[in-house]
Ligand binder design. Structure first.
Ligand SMILES: [Fe+2]
Ligand SMILES: [Fe+2]
Length: 418
């Protein structure tokens, strides 16, 4: 399996690119650290040079359009010094216009010369890397079946293409014994400009996204937008954090144990149930929280087919202790602050029946804690001892070594900090 990570920058159509395209691409580069970057064609629009479509009389002239396109190319080259730029039907417009008036090839500058591409950029019709073909895709039939599958059938390879601004997706097709995939990567254009007036007649709006091929697997990275069409960087961080958390085998349970934490944890662990991973690690640092939410987390851990390693670090207190000792393997850093106590609540009880109800609730939850801590102990212990050590009336502060001696954890992690 190749360790290459290929970022595919979709159609840009400079100078009609999305105003936040560069900032979004910087974020994507920093986030995914690609080994190769390919711009999949239509890096410029060349609107003023179309011989097929009428020019918008309100639009800018050819000179101004190309001045702005070159400026964007300079900025892009500064940000991405190494890149392969593929030909597209829009970058072909200039050569086609020259041919139309009968100019010979050597009378006309090549596109990289004219646009002043840096020497470190390659310009070609297509690129094949790790068995995947990258091409602009204007020859892929958009009607008559599934677009991505049409791309696979046309090239009979794993295929990545752009061109179709309103399409971003991945599909698979079995041909003989091979399962092939095709990915269309969307675009990074500013749809509001006159250059895309033709698309306004269509019900399909442009999809802002780029593609990533990592270890042979294709993936779309959408550019998340605000209502005003600008890039929503904060939302992008938030969603990505969630995606990272879901794909990771490590869960960071840092903060209060509440229903938000339980929701995040249950989504993560249920997502993991469909995966083949054997070990999941849960780092815990918490002052505690809601005990019912803690038991929701514990139930999910105990129902998981995977081995769960809990690691206590920083502070593991109150409800956090219950979660820590629910791990199949439990590790605690030697300087971790641990505190255990009886179930407490800050809810004020005003009336007799509330107090009576609360009393039975307290009894049942205290019994649940005793039973749980009794079963979670790896050494012989009595329920009276559990109550006497971990569920005292006052807060009980313990060290990692204390928990180890009691039989609640497998190992104390000692590190040489200096
Ligand atoms: Fe395009
Ligand atoms: Fe195109």
């Amino acid at each position: 399996m190749s360790s290459n990570k290929v970022l595919i920058i979709s159609d840009l159509h400079a100078p009609f690119h999305h105003p936040d395209a560069l900032a979004f691409l910087k974020w994507v580069e920093d986030k995914y650290d690609p080994t190769h970057i390919i711009q999949i064609g239509d890096i410029i629009d060349a609107n003023a040079f179309s011989i097929k479509f009428d020019r918008d009389p309100n639009g800018m002239g050819g000179s101004e359009e190309m001045r702005r396109a070159k400026l964007f190319i300079q900025q892009l080259a500064k940000q991405i010094p190494l890149m392969t730029v593929l030909e597209g039907n829009h970058t072909d417009r200039i050569a086609k216009a020259a041919k139309k008036i009968g100019l010979l090839d050597d009378m006309v500058k090549t596109l990289p010369e004219y646009l002043e591409f840096p020497d470190t950029w390659q310009f070609s019709e297509r690129l094949t890397l790790d068995g995947v073909t990258y091409i602009h895709g204007d020859r892929v039939a958009s009607s008559g079946g599934n677009l991505m599958q049409n791309g696979i059938k046309l090239y009979m390879k794993n295929i990545v293409f752009g061109h179709y601004h309103a399409r971003a997706g991945i599909d698979y097709l079995t041909i003989d014994d091979r399962v092939l995939w095709g990915m269309c990567v969307g675009c990074l254009v500013s749809q509001e400009t006159y250059a895309f007036d033709y698309a306004k007649k269509s019900s399909r709006i442009s999809i802002m996204s780029v593609g990533l091929v990592e270890e042979g697997c294709p993936r779309i990275i959408p550019m998340l937008l605000k209502k005003n069409g600008r890039w929503d960087k904060n939302k992008q961080w938030e969603v990505n954090m969630h995606m990272d958390e879901m794909s990771s085998d490590i869960f960071y349970m840092i903060g209060d144990i509440d229903d938000d934490m339980a929701t995040r944890f249950l989504s993560w662990i249920h997502y993991k149930e469909s995966r083949t991973t054997c070990n999941l690690t849960v780092y815990i640092s918490t002052y505690g929280g809601n005990l019912d939410d803690a038991f929701t987390i514990v139930n999910a851990m105990k129902s998981s087919p995977h081995q769960i390693i809990t690691v206590g670090t920083g502070k593991v207190m109150s409800a956090g202790v219950i979660i820590l000792v629910a791990g199949d393997i439990r590790l605690v850093y030697d300087d971790c602050s641990i505190m255990s106590h009886q179930f407490t609540t800050s809810t004020g009880f005003q009336k007799y029946h509330e107090l009576a109800n609360a009393s039975s609730y307290f009894k049942s939850i205290h019994k649940k804690m005793v039973d749980f801590l009794f079963k979670a102990c790896r050494k012989p212990i009595t329920k009276e001892a559990v109550e006497g050590v971990l569920l005292k009336e006052t807060d009980t502060f313990l060290s990692a070594k204390d928990l180890f001696k009691l039989g609640y954890i497998n190992k104390v992690i000692s590190i040489d900090r200096w």
